[in-house]
Every structure is written in C-alpha cells, then in structure tokens.
Write a protein that binds this ligand. Sequence first.
Ligand SMILES: Cc1cc2nc3c(=O)[nH]c(=O)nc-3n(C[C@H](O)[C@H](O)[C@H](O)COP(=O)(O)O)c2cc1C
Length: 209
Amino acid sequence: VANDNKRVQLKIVGICGSLRSDSYTRSVLEIALASAQENGADTELIDLRKFDLVFFDEDRKDDYPADVEKLRSLVREAHGIILGTPEYHGGISGVLKNAIDLMGFTEFEGKMLGLLGVSGGQLGALNALNSLRTIGRNLHAWVLPQQVSLPEAWKAFDENGKLKSAAIEKRIKEVGKLITEFATLHQLQNHKEFLELWQRLANNPGGTK
Ligand SMILES: Cc1cc2nc3c(=O)[nH]c(=O)nc-3n(C[C@H](O)[C@H](O)[C@H](O)COP(=O)(O)O)c2cc1C
C-alpha cells in the first residue's frame, strides 16, 4: 500500500439561506467557517444576495444568468459545504432550496455536508435541519451527524454580535472543525486504499453469541 498522503489545500464553502442584512443564519455560518479556517481550510461564504439567480426552470436553463454557473462552480470547487438555513414555516428557506435545485450531484455527491439552522421560536430549526439532512442524502452527500439548531436567534447574540452561549458557539465551531477533518480524510490516499481493501473483504466482526 502506497504511503503517499499528499495534502491538498481544502476549500470549505458556506451557503446562507437568508438574504436578511442582519441575518442570524449568516452569523452562525461565519462562526463555523472561521473554525474551518482555524483548522487549515480556505473558506468562502456564499452570500446569495450577491448572486443574480433565477427560479430553477428546466425549460429556461439555456438562458440562465451567468451567476448560476458562478454558484455551481464555487460549490463544485469546494471539498466541504456548510448549509445554513432559517426555519421558515417548519421547513428550509425557499432561497436555499432554489439555490440547491439549481445544482445537483456534480456539486454535492461524495462531499461532506454540515448543517446549521436558526429559528425565531423556541422549538429551534429541527424541521428545517431534518429536511436538509434528507436533501443531503438525496444528493449523495455525507451529512455530518453533528449539527446546530439555534432557537430564539433574536436573543442569542449580545450587542457586539457575539453569541451569548459559549456552549452553542463551541458546537457551531465543532461543525466547522469536523467538516474540515472529514473532508481531509476523503483526500487521503491511504484512507481510500484502506476502504477499497475493506470493501473487498467479508465484514463480520462478531461480538454476539
Ligand atoms: C417566512 C417566515 C417563516 C418563519 N417560520 C418560522 C417557523 O416556522 N418557526 C420559527 O421558529 N420561526 C419562524 N420564522 C422566524 C425565523 O426563523 C427567524 O426570524 C430567523 O431569525 C430568520 O433567519 P435570519 O435571522 O437568518 O434571517 C419565520 C420567519 C419568516 C420570515
């Protein structure tokens, strides 16, 4: 087995599902991306306010504005993706869903996907996060088990825009860190070889009588 673990420079992008100028979703994404950067990745926040997108329409796909391809290309280039969504009517935002609909397997398949959600209400963004998890599965992405739902986002930050809860901040940072670590694993040659070998062998580790 070759021992060639050349590291590629990882790129992690975050896509913000809220267009609001003071979006809490964007704030939590920024924390996760900063953590990914601290762990060695290049990062980019994809701010959909800056993209001239259209509603997904199969019939008009030849007339899409250039920003559709710009979005696809940024996500294609990324090794890991963090999606941030507000909880809207018990689901993900239309802005984020449409952006995802403009993309597909080429951008997501086989990549690490991290999820963050914020809500105005006490119950958090779990419905939106569960929808995103299902969407990630359908895109054949590796959806990270760790995720953060920030309830009552409007009272979660202090006047300097810092999260009041150190525990929640730590969990958001953990998402950025884990996305980077697992994306690194995907790049390792030895890891791929290990998996290829493992998949060829009958796997029955036992442990039951
Ligand atoms: C159209 C719409 C639907 C919403 N639906 C819910 C909801 O179902 N549950 C909830 O807790 N908050 C709901 N909210 C509140 C948002 O989750 C909250 O304002 C959140 O902070 C928005 O994200 P942002 O700060 O990133 O813009 C809704 C807000 C909007 C505009």
